[in-house]
Design a protein around this ligand. Structure first.
Ligand code: FE
Ligand code: FE
Ligand code: FE
Length: 162
């Protein structure tokens, strides 16, 4: 799509994160299955439910923009998820394996936090109050997930040391 205005750029970026969220939704069950720790499994399962809501929020925003909900391939998310897959397949030891997928999952959250932060700033600039509110709800969930994953990573390392 040709990007000529801030509105176009907002929409372009919305399509990018829409693609990313859909890929995340598709991959989270594999990550949950692969996790050794019960808490980590639960975290992934819970976040998959949130991700479903996040996809619906994006669809609402597309509607508010009068645009069709369409994804544009996000090379960054494809790359992050490809690395996650490598980690899942290559690391056998339980705690090391979990450390690897925790790190991969946090990379996913950090990409999302970056995208949503930008989209909120642009929505505010463009006077899109409803979109901004929805995007903030999602950003909050991504940040909380990132924090939970940090806690689980510390617990995993402590378990390893002990
Ligand atoms: Fe998300
Ligand atoms: Fe992207
Ligand atoms: Fe997320």
């Amino acid at each position: 799509m040709a990007v000529k205005s801030m509105n176009d750029l907002f929409l372009r970026t919305l399509k990018d994160i829409y693609y990313a969220e859909k890929q995340i939704y598709k991959n989270l069950p594999k990550m949950a299955k692969s996790a050794g720790s019960k808490d980590l499994k639960q975290a992934f399962e819970k976040h998959r439910e949130e991700t479903k809501q996040q996809i619906e929020r994006l669809e609402t925003i597309f509607e508010q923009c009068g645009a069709a909900a369409r994804a544009i391939r996000c090379e960054a998310m494809d790359g992050i998820l490809a690395e996650a897959k490598e980690v899942m397949e290559e690391i056998e030891d339980g705690q090391v394996h979990d450390a690897g997928i925790l790190a991969a999952a946090q990379t996913v959250e950090h990409y999302e936090i970056s995208r949503y932060g930008t989209l909120i700033a642009w929505a505010d600039q463009l006077g899109m109050k409803d979109a901004s509110k929805l995007l903030k709800e999602t950003l909050d969930e991504e940040k909380k997930t990132d924090q939970l994953l940090s806690q689980l990573a510390v617990a995993n390392i402590n378990q390893q040391a002990g």
